[in-house]
Design a protein around this ligand. Sequence first.
Ligand SMILES: Nc1nc2c(ncn2[C@@H]2O[C@H](COP(=O)(O)OP(=O)(O)OP(=O)(O)O)[C@@H](O)[C@H]2O)c(=O)[nH]1
Length: 357
Amino acid sequence: MRLLVGSDAKQHRMLQYLAGTALLYATFLGLLYDEQVFILGGTLHGLAVYTLSGLALFYLLIRASGRLGLSFHTLAALQGVFGITCNMWSYSITGPLRGATLMGLMVVVVFCTFALRPRQTMLLTFAGLLGMGGTMWWQEAHDPLRFPPGVEAVTFIMMAACSLSVTILTGEMTRLRARLKAKQERLEQALERIRTMATTDELTALPNRRHMNEMLAHEEGRAPRALPTCVALIDIDFFKGINDRHGHAAGDAVLRGFARAARAMLREGDLLARWGGEEFLLMLPDTAVADAGALLDAMRARVAALALPGIELERRVSFSAGLCARHAMESFNDAINRADKALYAAKSGGRDRVAVA
Ligand SMILES: Nc1nc2c(ncn2[C@@H]2O[C@H](COP(=O)(O)OP(=O)(O)OP(=O)(O)O)[C@@H](O)[C@H]2O)c(=O)[nH]1
């Protein structure tokens, strides 16, 4: 099947339309053969060969469209023109039921609205009317008995009125579809923005507490691995002093700088979130507590070297952390409580250190 239709989604769609058109042509040709409503029997075989060859050619063109650089629009327009010529031919050779073949022009227009712009569809309709009008005029001039001029003129006017109305209506539908698509895109963008806002801390761009809680619940549901998940509560030291002496904006810059520096040291799968104020929670899945401690020490060194443009702090930025490895079956809530106690110990032990629970 893949060999027949390829793997490109756009090509699939074009081949689906082609298959729909082929079904229509086959039904139509079959009816003409069965009902014997045609008059010039010999040319019906010619029409059948022309139609089948055209369909085969379009199948090949669609399959090779990538290599040939043929766009969806061009292929649809070419198929539209081909449909019009089939219509002209079948109209010329069909007997009294030939009026029914005119419906084919409407089908061509509707098919093309999926691929063409309204103005292009209108052009195709004019081409169809020109082709069919020319065919009618030629037939009534050469075979007025079978194609009475009055009947042909009325038929043409009705066909023109119907196909123009269909073109206008389908054009309106195309515009509506485009508006709906644009609206849907805007909604998707808004939803993405809301999703980001709901899970991200605006100041530091780190995941927020809500997102961290979701990730902890997810982690709690996972099967235990060889190494535990470590959690660390991190709190910037003497942060109130930074705010008081240098202003809130400087405090914000410290929080952003810390987030940037700390985040740069994490592996994929680790998560650092702003837990509240100047406090952060770090989750390190599948990590030995000694490795988590080493990471936090390296993080302290990096944060200590933090350069904050335009801000002259009297002491380097430091943080204290309470670290613990979650026991098997222990809830993250309990593990975080233990880490909190360890953080308290780190603070009362002099700050700028990591205490392990
Ligand atoms: N600039 C800024 N300050 C914040 C923010 N959130 C909380 N704070 C401030 O952080 C300060 C926290 O101070 P404390 O809890 O007393 O802690 P500390 O001064 O860091 O002292 P230790 O933690 O004991 O070292 C308070 O002054 C809060 O107003 C924020 O988003 N931006």
